[in-house]
Design a protein around this ligand. Structure first.
Ligand code: AMP
Ligand code: MG
Length: 422
């Protein structure tokens, strides 16, 4: 498991840098087993289980790319017009059975099979047709143009889609174009989700003194759904070791990964880390980041099974930022998805930001087009880790790397655009 690095920020407390924590998670995880074959209508967003080899050539036959006239391009001359006699018509879906001889052409529609003896199509707008003849002026066309070749898109036996592809609309269309009615995908990752804290109350119930409403379970469930996970909702768990132990046992029995929020710090009511040590292993606990410290990761074990615990901080912004920084990629890896890092842009920062080297900072930000027409990034209002509105107003995270110092207005900074997760 991961080596713990020293952070200059908190004397005596070893902290992992964000990149080290990400690497430690990546090294620990293996994709889950299990797959299912589903009708195409249900595979969008799922992970393809194995390389998909094309069962056929695409397109399956040479065909016309234009509405026009098919002929043998060998007859084209650079210095003289070509006059051809029209011998019939081919529509898409009804191939023309005859042969087109020298001096002849066939009226042809887009997608129709190229007739024997033809390798070129002159688009109807590039020629003159009258009295059963077509005249093609010199130099308007080269031999072989406007014909789509059999297997040009995909050859039979070739890899149409690689294992690990998260199937997008175009991929689903590609599967259909191969005549496939089903696809074999990995099963969804099951994630048990719970909120901890005696003060945390379910929305929809009257607020009592000292209580706050549970927002983490709802924001995280939404993020998990967008990621294609199956959510096992284990509800609210009080700050009580016995209750938490029971919830963990259930989570391990039912899920591949367990997401908790709250109770992972060093307060008297924070039991998550001790229970991870008791029931599994604390791979790491503290990360040099803001917001987000502390964040614990490691395997939980119960009744011969195990599941990966991601223990997120309770502060609503910190919970989502750590989800975005660590859990997103981890769950995609468990799902067997090919790596798909978040796009990171470099944009000028509208204002100066204070920052000390030695930790990664994630600030809520808006990427926008400034008055001068150039794109820039600015911070949303108050950046407190409990202020969920700052994240709700943001469309990106401004990421100040571990080693980075203060930022001056106009300096380029790294920005992670939200891909709908937070
Ligand atoms: P903790 O990490 O348990 O110390 O919690 C840090 C802060 O986040 C405290 O102010 C908690 O009340 C708050 N908090 C913890 N869990 C939640 C939750 N599920 N929804 C909203 N706020 C929470
Ligand atoms: Mg708490």
């Amino acid at each position: 498991m991961a080596e713990l690095g020293e952070s200059p920020l908190i004397a005596g407390e070893p902290h992992l840098a964000v990149d080290e924590a990400r690497a430690a998670i990546r090294a620990a995880l293996r994709p889950i087993e299990g797959q299912e074959t589903l009708p195409l209508a249900q595979v969008h967003g799922r992970v393809l289980a194995a390389d998909l080899h094309s069962p056929m050539d695409v397109p399956p036959h040479d065909n016309s790319a234009m509405d026009g006239y098919a002929f043998d391009g060998a007859a084209l001359r650079p210095d003289a017009p070509l006059v051809l006699q029209v011998v019939g018509t081919a529509h898409a879906g009804s191939p023309w059975a005859g042969t087109v001889a020298a001096g002849q052409c066939l009226r042809i529609m887009t997608g129709a099979v190229m007739p024997a003896g033809c390798n070129t199509v002159v688009p109807q707008e590039l020629c003159r047709a009258e009295a059963g003849r077509v005249t093609i002026a010199a130099g308007v066309l080269r031999s072989g143009e406007n014909r789509r070749g059999r297997g040009e898109d995909l050859a039979r036996g070739g890899v149409a889609l690689p294992a690990g592809r998260v199937l997008r609309p175009a991929d689903v269309g590609l599967l259909a174009s191969l005549g496939l009615a089903t696809a074999t995908v990995r099963r969804r990752v099951r994630v048990a989700l719970m909120s901890t804290g005696n003060e945390v109350l379910a929305p929809g119930t009257p607020l009592v003194p000292g209580a706050i409403y549970d927002s983490n379970r709802y924001s995280l469930a939404a993020a998990l759904q967008r990621l294609g996970c199956e959510v096992v909702d284990l509800g609210l768990v009080p700050d009580d070791p016995a209750a938490l132990r029971a919830a963990f046992a259930r989570a391990v029995a039912e899920a591949d990964a367990v997401l908790t929020s709250g109770g992972v710090s060093v307060g008297e009511a924070d039991h998550t880390r001790a229970l991870l040590a008791e029931l599994g292993e604390v791979a790491f606990w503290k990360v040099a980041m803001r917001p987000g410290r502390p964040f614990a990761f490691g395997p939980l074990r119960a009744s011969g099974r195990s599941a990966w615990l991601f223990a997120l901080p309770g502060n609503p912004v910190a919970a989502l930022v750590t989800f975005y920084a660590f859990v997103r990629d981890a769950l995609l890896q468990l799902a067997g998805a090919a790596e798909q890092p978040l796009p990171a842009l470099q944009l000028p920062c509208a204002t100066a930001i204070r920052k000390r080297p030695g930790r990664t900072e994630f600030q809520r930000a808006v990427v926008e087009c400034a008055a001068d027409g150039r794109w820039q990034v600015r911070l949303t209002g108050s950046q407190g880790a409990g202020i969920l509105r700052s994240l709700s107003e943001a469309n990106a995270l401004l990421v100040l790397d571990h080693e980075q110092g203060a930022v001056a207005a106009g300096d380029p900074v790294t920005v992670w655009l939200f891909d709908g997760l937070v």
